[in-house]
Design a protein around this ligand. Structure first.
Ligand code: 5GP
Length: 193
């Protein structure tokens, strides 16, 4: 997705540890027009799948997930990293190691929001080692919900997540694919071919 790649080039900052900081438009300040374009692209890619629900994890997955849900007129469900006191006992959960925070979170979903009749599109901001997406796949399995695909805004293709997800037979689409951060510069997969 050209405009996302251009925005990454313009505003992205490569940090140590292969972390891309995109606080200008996605991870802190959010550009709603760009999020809407991302949502439209996910609808182009997955819109025919009779999706009933979008699933993401708080907090940075919510913006692209929300726009996709708005365009498809389906609810957006986000996994909570801390169990809320208003949550009853009946929950699905998965342990997710956070790439950026280096801690393990227990991601929780109230079970009444996900069931065997759901056709789920999983959305997240980044794909690195695939921990977050694997956690969401696990939650869908617990709910016996069908996953129709995974939509990622920014995939770091040089890390193992994409292979890990595709090897499970899951339809994965990423809008910007990063091949490397060599010399602190973002190199996209298409550019390096
Ligand atoms: P994974 O679970 O695939 O290893 O990592 C994906 C999750 O970690 C995403 O939900 C995202 O929040 C965070 N993450 C991974 N890599 C990056 C990165 O380079 N930049 C930012 N901002 N977040 C990342």
């Amino acid at each position: 997705m050209k405009i996302l790649e251009e925005r990454i080039k313009q505003d992205g900052v490569v940090l140590p540890g292969n972390v891309l900081k995109v606080n200008q438009f996605l991870n802190h300040q959010i550009d709603p027009d760009l999020m809407l374009d991302i949502g439209k692209e996910f609808v182009n890619l997955f819109g025919k799948e009779k999706i009933t629900k979008i699933l993401t994890i708080e907090s940075s997955g919510i913006a692209p997930a929300m726009m996709t849900g708005l365009l498809l007129h389906v609810p957006v469900l986000f996994g909570r990293k801390k169990k809320s006191s208003t949550m009853p006992g009946d929950v699905y959960c998965a342990h997710v190691y956070s790439y950026t925070k280096k801690i393990e979170n227990t991601v929780t979903i109230e079970s009444k929001f996900l069931n065997k009749n759901d056709r789920v599109l999983i959305i997240d901001d980044f794909l690195a080692n695939g921990e977050a997406v694997s956690g969401m796949l696990e939650i869908c399995q617990q709910a016996h919900a069908q996953v129709v695909g995974v939509g990622i805004a920014i995939e770091k293709s040089f890390q193992g997540g994409a292979k890990r997800i595709k090897d499970q037979g899951v339809h994965l689409e990423s809008l910007a694919k990063i091949a490397s951060f060599d010399n602190g510069q973002v190199q996209f997969v298409e550019e390096s071919k």
